[in-house]
Ligand binder design. Structure first.
Ligand code: DLZ
Length: 289
């Protein structure tokens, strides 16, 4: 790659790469030079031998190639004085390496190739992620009657999330228990029944009104966690711990969303994660192919 011939040419390159969304870095300048650096959040260095169809000197991998092509085309139209700019930018073409590519020549003699792989997993980190589809899954909801005005709302939120994500009504078992203290035992029984893929636990502990609040809370959270660890069935934690009834109401459908809804989504996601890890299919493992 050659250096820009003039300060004007360097400015043109800066303008082109800024238009494409590259973030400017901190450059340097000396008596006889100036640099115009741009930050690339991810990158790899690839040496090439032989000849490619368009022979660009620098290849830049992008996502959203069509959009990048549009931006580059607009830039060329605006910046190529007296011409349509069409001669400076190629159409997107198929490569023989399962990618699509276009070339741009923002200043004469400097050809950049922009390309995007057709493999959707290319360059992505290896990750297993749960889906938010509850279709075909079975759920248990353990909900306490204590502070029922709030736990009923949490239950509505949880049912809403499960049903709207594709769970069937008859695939949901709701178990009511007296108070939060009883949630872990009921959750464990459900998990051990092997009739559910995930469990949603719902309760409300009010610090101001609960004697031995800390002791109860610690035991409830430990018990739910232990049931999850021992049985391998995901348990979503939807036990609110608030100072006042008002704070709890805010978390049960008023100002701060509905924690029952959120817990149910976590249960769906974790049931899906478990399925993908325990019985993976080819598409479940997002490995680079
Ligand atoms: C006893 C009690 C108290 C004081 N406070 C709460 C509470 O804030 N939230 C809750 O879910 N349950 C409470 N309980 C009931 C206990 O969880 C338990 O149901 C009873 O002690 C019976 O075992």
């Amino acid at each position: 790659m050659r250096a820009a011939r003039t300060a004007e040419e360097l400015k043109t390159l800066e303008s082109f790469f800024s238009a494409l969304g590259f973030e400017p870095g901190k450059g340097s300048a000396g008596e006889h030079f100036r640099t115009a650096p741009f930050l690339a959040p991810l990158g790899n260095l690839e040496f090439l031998t032989g000849k490619m169809s368009a022979t660009p000197e620098i290849l830049i991998e992008v996502t959203g190639l069509k959009a990048v092509h549009g931006v580059a085309e607009n830039w060329v139209k605006k910046n190529s004085a007296g011409s349509s700019g069409g001669e400076n930018i190629s159409a997107i073409t198929q490569t023989h390496w399962n990618s699509r590519l276009f070339t741009a020549e923002p200043v004469p003699g400097m050809v950049f190739g922009f390309w995007e792989s057709e493999n959707v997993h290319h360059g992505k980190p290896v990750a297993v992620e749960g889906d938010l589809s509850a279709a075909g899954m079975r759920f248990g909801i353990v909900v306490s009657r204590w502070n029922g005005v709030i736990t009923d709302r949490l239950l509505q939120g949880a049912l809403d999330a499960l049903l709207r994500s594709g769970a069937k009504k008859d695939a949901i078992t709701v178990v009511r228990v007296p108070g939060s203290w009883e949630i872990p035992a009921a959750a464990r029984l459900l998990a051990e029944s092997k009739n559910v893929d995930a469990i949603v636990t719902l309760g409300v502990l009010l610090r101001g009104e609960t004697a031995h609040y800390e002791a109860i809370y610690t035991e409830v959270s430990r018990g739910i966690g232990q049931s999850q660890q021992d049985t391998g069935v995901p348990h979503a934690f939807g036990v609110l711990t608030c100072e006042t009834l008002e704070q709890a109401l805010d978390r049960a459908g008023l100002k701060m969303g509905n924690k029952g809804f959120e817990a149910a989504l976590a249960a769906i996601e974790m049931a899906s994660v478990k399925k993908k890890i325990v019985t993976p299919t080819v598409t479940d493992m997002a490995v680079e192919l």
